[in-house]
Design a protein around this ligand. Structure first.
Ligand code: FAD
Length: 467
């Protein structure tokens, strides 16, 4: 028997069950053939942000050497369309005379149908295919006692914790030393790139970032995570998305903090674990609710909503020129860093949907096109939660007041001052609604609010109630 690996959003050598399984089959004496397919057309269709692509390219520069040193014969191939994936994978498997191929699952519908097509072709040619779950701690098997999927987070998280207490944390053995092979060459890929150098790459550095975060900062997470100026969250999100890290590694480190894991963690670590469970919740939903992959609302009746197709207002939001400082600060952070603080993501999403009455899918797409951590499941979940169209969604009558939110999450205005340069001298008292201060200063370089929140709120409530 001779097994190969198909790498996808799991370009790592550790905590990678597909790779470990192939390694076991082949034994230490033989190499491990591996394939990575890059498909710029598909990345474009899936709105990959140029900064996310840059992060992956930078990571691949070290990954090809790390893989070669471990005896992994990696081929990186560019294909035109995912419909050609089966052809390429078959060619690769036949060239290496594989008897088995291993890969880690991806959960959106399109990825699943690509993988089914690949599996069918390989199996037709007598090559077995095995799917693993390396990007989830709990594979997408959790159901209620009645056998349904969980539609609410809290019972899901209880079931998740129960599953982990009973089954333990998934682990893989360290890969044995093998004779080194020649490193893969990175083919030319025609896709725009945007500098991601503020983010570390390479498996060692990323694992160190995880360890550093869990060594201390996580303790303050529960108290500080909603204050964007403190920037006290882990900023690890791009690494799960591209698979430079597996959540298995995070929970293994958390388990070292508490013998009763998943119970017994300090408050900060426990709250952080809860966020990792949110991530798994949305991936479970992707696996089980195909309409989410078709741009449909989870709460189906909300698809009847008549959204405003107002390009001018949408553009003001995209550019961070709404006249609501907290919204503009968030959108400018996104433009500058390719990342936005979670609490501010919620505020800007509420604002787009509820104050501007613009379709959440427009915001979802814009986020994907710009986020370094753009992840279909988490992004869709976050947008639908904010738009009150999703599972667990904020009830529709909960409409964030952007000014009150701003006072709450950025009381001294330092997050706003960092991102909205026009307001850098504005006193804290006036910064959340700065129109009077700007007038006093004789300034017209920052917009007045593009919408009246009170009226917008009434308009949204009426429209949603009518559904
Ligand atoms: P931390 O606070 O350190 O959390 C640790 C990890 O938990 C994160 O890295 C992430 O993997 C996971 N996590 C945290 N919050 C959530 C959440 N609400 N839902 C699911 N997983 C979560 N996250 C993405 O990874 N990709 C996206 O495209 C994305 N789009 C979003 C869009 C909207 C409108 C909203 C409201 C949220 C979105 N999120 C998305 C979730 C969340 O904002 C980010 O995961 C988080 O800000 C990443 O920063 P961090 O790594 O410092 O998170």
């Amino acid at each position: 028997d001779y097994a190969g690996v198909w790498f996808r959003n799991d370009v790592r050598l550790t905590a990678n069950p597909a790779l470990s399984a192939a390694s076991q089959v082949n034994g230490q004496q033989r190499d491990i053939p591996a394939l990575l397919l890059l498909c710029p057309q598909q990345m474009e269709a899936h709105d990959w942000a140029p900064i996310k692509w840059d992060l992956l390219c930078r990571h691949l520069e070290s990954f090809v050497d790390d893989a070669a040193a471990k005896g992994i014969s990696l081929t990186i191939e560019v294909i035109d369309s995912w419909s050609n994936a089966a052809k390429s994978v078959k060619r690769f498997a036949q060239k290496h005379e594989l008897t088995a191929l291993h890969y880690n699952a991806e959960y959106p519908l399109h990825e699943q149908s690509r993988d089914r097509a690949v599996t069918a072709v390989l199996e037709e040619h007598g090559i077995s295919v095995e799917r693993h779950h390396g990007s989830l701690v709990v594979p997408p098997v959790l159901t209620t006692q009645a056998g349904n999927i969980y539609q609410k987070f809290t019972p899901f998280s209880r079931a998740w914790r129960e599953y982990v207490s009973q089954n333990g944390i998934p682990q893989t053995d360290t890969l044995p030393e093998r004779t080194a092979v020649a490193p893969a060459t990175m083919p030319a890929v025609d896709y725009p790139r945007r500098d991601s150098s503020a983010w570390v790459v390479g498996e060692k550095a990323v694992q160190q970032a995880l360890r550093d975060y869990l060594a201390a900062p996580v303790e303050g997470y529960a108290a500080e995570r909603d204050i964007p100026s403190l920037d006290s969250t882990s900023r690890l999100s791009p690494y799960w998305e591209l698979g430079l890290l597996s959540p298995w590694q995070a929970v293994s480190l958390l388990a070292e903090m508490s013998p009763q894991f998943p119970a017994g963690l300090n408050k900060g670590a426990d709250t952080w674990l809860n966020e990792l469970i949110w991530r798994e919740f949305y991936l479970h939903l992707m696996q089980h609710v195909p309409r989410l992959s078709h741009g449909k609302a989870f709460l189906q009746h909300t698809d009847a909503m008549r959204w405003h197709r107002d390009q001018t207002l949408f553009e003001a939001w995209c550019k961070g020129e709404t006249g609501y400082p907290i919204v503009d600060a968030g959108m400018r952070q996104l433009a500058s860093e390719g990342w936005m603080h979670n609490r501010v993501r919620m505020i800007v999403a509420h604002f787009l949907v509820k104050d501007l009455l613009i379709d959440w899918r427009w915001g979802e797409k814009f986020f994907m096109q710009n986020l370094i951590d753009g992840n279909f499941a988490a992004n869709n979940g976050g947008w639908q939660w904010s738009a009150s169209t999703g599972t667990d969604a904020a009830p529709y009558f909960r409409v964030f007041n952007p000014t009150l939110q701003s006072e709450k999450v950025d009381p001294d205005g330092s997050y706003i001052r960092k991102w909205v340069k026009q307001l850098k001298d504005c006193p804290a008292k006036q910064i959340h609604a700065p129109a009077a201060w700007l007038k006093q200063q004789g300034r017209d370089d920052y917009p007045t609010p593009i919408v009246d929140h009170k009226q917008a709120r009434e308009r949204f409530l009426a429209a949603f109630k009518a559904l």
